[in-house]
Design a protein around this ligand. Structure first.
Ligand code: NIG
Ligand code: FE
Length: 419
């Protein structure tokens, strides 16, 4: 018999029940239960409903009675991060703000290659500690599921080291880590052949090990002029798909092309999209790919935001992720960034909440999280307020006081939970 736990009373529970995967959402569509409780059985939610009734119906449940006003949201899902890396790129940040171009910064030893060099200098154990620390910071901020990309190794051996480190970190954090192989981040500077040869080597030598060691089920690629062209990347992605990997693409960040590749290969998501125009928006909206906005990269680079409003109005599924990485998005604060994107793109609370919960889960191919309904994982977070709108209104400054992952209460890092 699995243990039952009952938590409440909660001033508001935002279940996100009945909301569709695609398209614009109005706040009136949000289901908000008041004076509610959440009943868990093992790792899953058994029932969400009136506190008084749940208490009566399940006297055997371990009670977690709250004192004060709390709003419960599903645990947040950050579906795009690069949080396993070595070193800092503060110099890039300073140079960029002083007016230097991408090429000038790369020539001065900066850019992605700088992080590759610094990451290669660390061993697997050290990288695992870094990933665990960063994941735990996100967890304390309410992010209970975190995608983590490799992409700072850029050789078979170094990518394996990173993915093994990410998998090792999984064991040391309560958050679920979802590892993604981004060996196609860049053609490495020390590779002697063509870009296509590099991709062939990765597909031939790395993909089988990923499957054999169960290191990742997802393949990502950066489709951009400075990285891989649609023609170079398409055969690589097709090979990955044939082997059963899920696909995701860094698309349309500076120039268009990646979103069309994402749709053509049936990727789960197309991420970035800052440069997407009407054609790309329409294409994404009529596909099953989740469009992932990365406001942290827009803030970090001082560039336009993803056209999130247009994507939603055309009917796309929109998720929002932090893109936490040392170069373009060093902040790593999902809630703050989602709130900022909302003000610039005019997104409703419902659209933002969907974008950092079940729509983000869909970008990862996960249907077992992101809503507070029967059968979903008991991943939820408690904010010290009586009005859910306060959470985004406070632009990331209101932190959850309680973080529950798979039916267990995590120790909050910054504040001691009150219950
Ligand atoms: O998602 N666009 C490519 N990759 C990362 C940046 C990585 C880096 O600058 O280190 C991104 O923004
Ligand atoms: Fe990224």
């Amino acid at each position: 018999m699995l243990m039952k736990k009952l938590i409440g009373p909660l001033r508001q529970v935002l279940t996100l029940d009945q909301l569709p995967l695609k398209g614009a959402l109005r706040d009136e569509q949000l289901e908000i239960l008041t004076q509610a409780g959440i009943l868990m059985e093992g790792e899953y939610i058994q029932k969400v409903g009136a506190w008084a009734e749940l208490k009566q119906e399940f006297p055997e449940a371990e009670l977690h009675e709250l004192d004060g006003d709390y709003v419960a949201l599903p645990g947040l899902v950050d579906c795009h991060t690069h949080l396993c890396f070595g070193g800092s790129r503060a110099r890039d940040f300073a140079l960029r703000n002083a007016g230097k171009t991408y090429l000038e910064i790369a020539a001065a030893g900066g850019g992605i290659w700088d992080t590759v060099t610094q990451t290669r200098g660390l061993d697997q154990a050290t990288l695992a500690v870094i990933a665990t620390q960063n994941a735990n910071r996100l967890l304390s901020e309410g992010v209970t599921s975190i995608e983590v990309k490799s992409g700072y190794g850029l050789s078979v051996a170094e990518e394996l080291k990173l993915l093994r480190a990410i998998n090792q970190a999984s064991a040391d954090t309560a958050a679920d880590l979802i590892p993604t192989c981004l060996a196609a981040h860049l053609c490495p500077k020390d590779w002697k052949g063509s870009s296509s040869d590099y991709l062939t080597e990765i597909a031939d030598l790395l993909f089988p090990v990923l499957l054999a060691e169960n290191l990742s089920t997802r393949i990502d690629a950066f489709v951009e002029k400075s990285a891989f062209s649609p023609e170079e990347i398409t055969p690589y992605l097709k090979k990955a798909k044939q082997l059963g990997f899920d696909l995701t693409i860094h698309a349309d960040q500076f120039s268009c092309g990646g979103s069309a590749v994402a749709v053509a290969v049936g990727a789960r998501s197309a991420d970035h999209l800052e440069a997407s125009g009407e054609v790309e928006i329409q294409l994404l909206a009529s596909s099953n790919a989740v469009a992932v906005a990365l406001p942290g990269a827009s803030i970090g680079l001082g560039m336009a935001f993803t056209p999130a409003r247009k994507l939603l109005d055309q009917g796309a599924s929109l998720a929002i992720a932090s893109d936490w990485n040392p170069g373009s998005a060093p902040m790593g604060d999902l809630l703050a960034q989602a709130s900022i994107l909302a003000t610039f793109e005019k997104l409703t609370m419902a659209e933002v909440l969907a974008g950092i919960t079940f729509r983000a889960a869909a970008a990862l191919g996960l249907t077992d999280r992101g809503k507070l309904t029967e059968g979903q994982l008991a991943d939820f977070i408690l904010f010290p307020t009586s009005d859910y709108r306060e959470i985004l209104y406070q632009q990331g400054k209101m932190k959850p006081e309680g973080v529950w992952k798979r039916g267990e209460k995590c120790r909050a890092k910054k504040q001691e939970p009150r219950d």
